[in-house]
Ligand binder design. Structure first.
Ligand code: ATP
Ligand code: MG
Length: 301
C-alpha cells in the first residue's frame, strides 16, 4: 500500500459560479483515521464524493491509494469503500437480502455471498434482526447495516460521510469501536462528522474546512492548543454560558479578564475555568462574525 492513502493538492471545485472548494491541500497517511469537520454546506460531502470518484474535481490533483481519481478512476474504485451521508439500503428487503445482493453485485458466488453476509451480520451485531425488513430498523441498526454493506469488499480505504449522525450515544460508541478495529486492521478511514467529540475520540488528524479552505489541520491536541491554556466561562441563571474567553491560566490573566468582564455582567454571575475543547476551536475557526464570543483575535493572540 502507498504510504499516503490520500493526497490532495490545490483542489478547486465550482458548482456553476459557486466556488465550493477553493484550494484544498491534504495528505492522509495509510492506516490512520482522518476526520473532516466543517459547518453545513462547507463542502465535506463534495470532497468525499471527489475522493471516491463520484464527482469530478475541478482543478488540482487528487490521488487515492496512489491513483489519480480522474485518470485511474477504476483503480481508485477498486481500492475504496464508501458509506454515504444518506443510507442506500433497500427498505423493503431484510439485512440478509441487502447484503447478499451487494455480495452478488461485487461478483461473489452464491455460497461466498452467504458466508460473507453471515460474517458481516455477526460483526455488526445484526444477526437477530437479520431477517426483518430494514424499514422496521432503528437508526443505529440502519447505520450498522450501511457500514456492513460498504465493507462487503474489503478495501484499504474507507470513506464515511457522517457515519453517526442521528445515533444515540450507545450506538455511536459501538460504531467508534468498529472504526478503530478497522484501523487496527490497517485500513485508512476518512470520515466527516458534525461531532467534535467524535473527531477527538477517533481521529489521528483533523482538518477543519470553512469558506472552501482548510482553516486548521493537525492532531486534536494541536488544535486545542491553539485556543490557549484554559477557557474562562461566565454562566447565567439557567447555567447557560454567557461568555467564554481563552486565557493562559495564570492568576494574573484570570484577574485581568475578570476585571474587564465583571462590570459588564450582573452581580451574581458565576464563573468557571475549564480546558479548551475542540468545540472552542471549531467555533472560533468557522463561526461567522458576531455569532461567537471567542473571537479569532483572541484565539491567535
Ligand atoms: N451537485 C451539486 N450541484 C450544485 N451545488 C451543489 C452540488 N452539491 C453540493 N452543492 C453545493 O455545494 C456546497 C457544499 O455542499 P456539501 O454537501 O459538500 O456540504 P457539506 O459540508 O457536506 O454539508 P452538510 O454538513 O450539510 O452535509 C453547498 O452550498 C451545496 O449547495
Ligand atoms: Mg454533507
Amino acid at each position: 500500500m502507498h504510504s499516503h492513502a490520500i493526497e490532495v493538492k490545490g483542489l478547486r471545485k465550482k458548482f456553476g459560479t459557486q466556488v465550493v472548494l477553493d484550494g484544498i491541500d491534504l495528505t492522509v497517511p495509510s492506516g490512520t483515521v482522518f476526520a473532516l469537520l466543517g459547518p453545513n454546506g462547507a463542502g465535506k460531502t463534495t470532497l468525499i464524493n471527489i475522493l471516491s470518484t463520484l464527482v469530478a474535481p475541478g482543478e488540482g490533483s487528487v490521488k487515492v491509494a496512489g491513483h489519480d481519481v480522474v485518470k485511474e478512476s477504476d483503480e481508485v474504485k477498486r481500492s475504496i469503500s464508501l458509506t454515504g451521508q444518506f443510507a442506500a439500503v433497500d427498505e423493503m428487503l431484510t439485512a440478509t437480502e441487502n447484503l447478499r445482493m451487494i455480495c452478488r453485485l461485487t461478483g461473489l458466488t452464491a455460497a461466498e455471498s452467504r458466508r460473507r453476509t453471515d460474517e458481516l451480520l455477526k460483526r455488526f451485531d445484526l444477526t437477530s434482526a437479520a431477517n426483518k425488513r430494514v424499514k422496521t430498523y432503528s437508526g443505529g441498526m440502519r447505520r450498522r447495516l450501511d457500514l456492513a454493506i460498504s465493507l462487503v469488499a474489503s478495501c484499504p480505504v474507507l470513506f464515511l460521510d457522517e457515519p453517526t449522525t442521528g445515533l444515540d450515544t450507545i450506538s455511536r460508541r459501538a460504531l467508534w469501536e468498529i472504526i478503530l478495529e478497522l484501523k487496527h486492521q490497517g485500513m485508512t478511514i476518512f470520515l466527516t462528522t458534525q461531532y467534535l467529540e467524535e473527531a477527538d475520540e477517533l481521529a489521528d488528524r483533523i482538518a477543519v474546512i470553512a469558506g472552501g479552505r482548510v482553516v486548521a489541520n493537525g492532531t486534536a491536541e494541536e488544535l486545542k492548543s491553539r485556543v490557549g491554556g484554559e477557557v474562562l466561562e461566565l454562566y447565567g441563571d439557567g447555567d447557560e454560558v454567557l461568555r467564554a474567553v481563552p486565557i493562559d491560566g495564570s492568576v494574573q490573566d484570570v484577574r485581568r479578564t475578570l476585571n474587564e468582564l465583571a462590570p459588564l455582567y450582573p452581580q451574581h454571575t458565576r464563573v468557571g475555568i475549564r480546558k479548551p475543547s475542540l468545540d472552542d476551536v471549531f467555533v472560533a475557526l468557522t463561526a461567522k462574525p458576531g455569532l461567537t464570543t471567542l473571537s479569532k483575535e483572541a484565539m491567535f493572540k
